[in-house]
Design a protein around this ligand. Structure first.
Ligand SMILES: *Cc1c(COP(=O)(O)O)cnc(C)c1O
Length: 397
């Protein structure tokens, strides 16, 4: 079987490590060099030109802002999981979003986006810091919003924090010749491959499930080799590099990615069953739970993932109580770690948004988001149950 035809789990374990046997090593090598000896000036000059122009590699790496072999290995591993030629890694998810926008500048005069998306992405795109104005539209309005001056269409699915799904195939069709970027952080390549549905760019905050252990900040965009050149040019120029030690940790996590995501997803599904029976809970949000979204879910996802949200009947006070009372869960922003994280979007992750945007996208005061980890689900339920009991006590007191 050729390496490209291997199953996801095998790719996760082996992609980006194909030459290790030849090198005579078993673990991923780490290269921390900031500069590289240039033994032939002509070769050095040609290499520099190639890397500044966005080439994937050159005979001599010259300087670590231009190329790093440990980072390149991780990119190769991730690209195999998304089914793309290549991937470009950045120092954070936000650095990746920034590079994406800058790479499309000059190819149009605005970006079309569908809300809700990650709060800081929304803020960065809306505040016009990068000089490409946003047109926020509903998914059904993308076709009429896109014209020959549209530089890029940006969507996030499942969306943060409401877990709304956007129909990737429909958006790609509506965008026509305009490239579509999908922030697929919540799904990971385990559950969704937007490129197979026609998207040109897949973005991950690798800080989340790809890293998986809460110890790396990183971003990555999977795409074709042609599209990667412009992203690398921006990375070289702006220095939004992934550090090789971070790349090592990310690559080290790829072999267990599917195990972690599927176990955490199983926990999420069981937690939802329990949450739906609790009188303190008004509403649960999870991909495919809402009947209207089941068709989209079946078309583009292999499972709903590890993140869920729920709305408490008693609003902010109840949410604050739960957040302050959980014992085993970590009350913290972020997601995709091996431990379960719980947070309050209106007060934390989505606080930078305008109040009206929060209201329009369902980010109410009683909404809480949980990113399930890989603990035993009975312990997660017990933890939430004791926190929910504290809501009751407050009301009686
Ligand atoms: C966290 C996150 C980002 C930003 O990534 P950082 O690594 O924190 O810069 C972007 N999109 C989504 C969906 C995220 O969850």
């Amino acid at each position: 079987m050729s390496p490209q035809n291997r199953h996801f789990e095998s790719l996760g374990v082996h992609a980006g490590r194909e030459d290790l046997k030849t090198l005579g090593v078993h673990a991923l090598p780490i290269d921390l060099s900031t500069t590289y000896p240039i033994q032939d000036l002509g070769v050095g000059t040609d290499s520099l030109d190639a890397l500044v122009a966005g080439d994937r590699e050159a005979t001599n790496p010259v300087y670590a802002r231009l190329y790093n072999p440990t980072v390149a290995r991780f990119e190769q591993g991730l690209a195999a999981l998304e089914g793309t030629d290549t991937a470009v890694a950045f120092s954070s998810g936000m650095a990746a979003v920034t590079a994406m926008v800058l790479a499309r500048k000059g190819r149009g005069d605005h970006i079309v986006g569908v809300r809700p998306i990650y709060g800081t992405s929304d803020h960065l795109l809306s505040c016009d810091l990068l000089g490409l104005p946003m047109r926020w539209v509903k998914a059904e309005e993308v076709a009429s919003a896109v014209n020959d001056k549209t530089a890029l269409v940006i969507i996030e699915t499942p969306a943060n924090p409401t877990l709304d799904l956007v129909d990737i195939e429909m958006i790609v069709k509506a965008a026509g010749d305009v490239p579509v970027m999908v922030d697929s952080t919540f799904a990971t390549p385990v559950l969704q491959n937007p490129i197979k549905l026609g998207a040109r760019f897949v973005l991950h905050s690798a800080t989340k499930f790809l890293g998986g252990h809460g110890d790396v900040i990183a971003g990555v965009i999977a795409c074709s080799e042609d599209d990667a050149k412009a992203l690398r040019q921006i990375r070289v120029a702006t220095g939004a590099l992934l550090h090789p030690l971070a790349a090592y940790l990310l690559h080290r996590g790829l072999p267990t990615l599917s195990l972690r995501v599927l176990k955490a997803q199983d926990n999420a599904e069981k937690l939802i069953t329990w949450l739906k029976q609790q009188p303190q809970v008004k509403n649960v949000f999870y991909p495919g739970l809402n009947a209207g979204q089941q068709a989209i879910m079946k078309k583009q996802m292999r499972g709903g993932g590890a993140v869920l949200a729920f709305e408490l009947v008693d609003g902010y006070q109840a949410a604050a109580t739960v957040m302050n009372q959980v014992k085993m869960m970590t009350p913290a922003v972020s997601l995709g770690s091996v431990d379960t994280l719980i947070q309050h979007p209106a007060g934390l992750t989505h606080r930078v948004l305008e109040e009206s945007t929060r209201q329009n996208t369902g980010i109410r005061e009683g909404l809480m988001r949980i990113s399930c980890g890989i603990e035993h689900v009975e312990d997660l339920i017990a933890d939430l149950a004791q926190a929910f009991a504290a809501i009751k006590q407050r009301k009686v007191a």
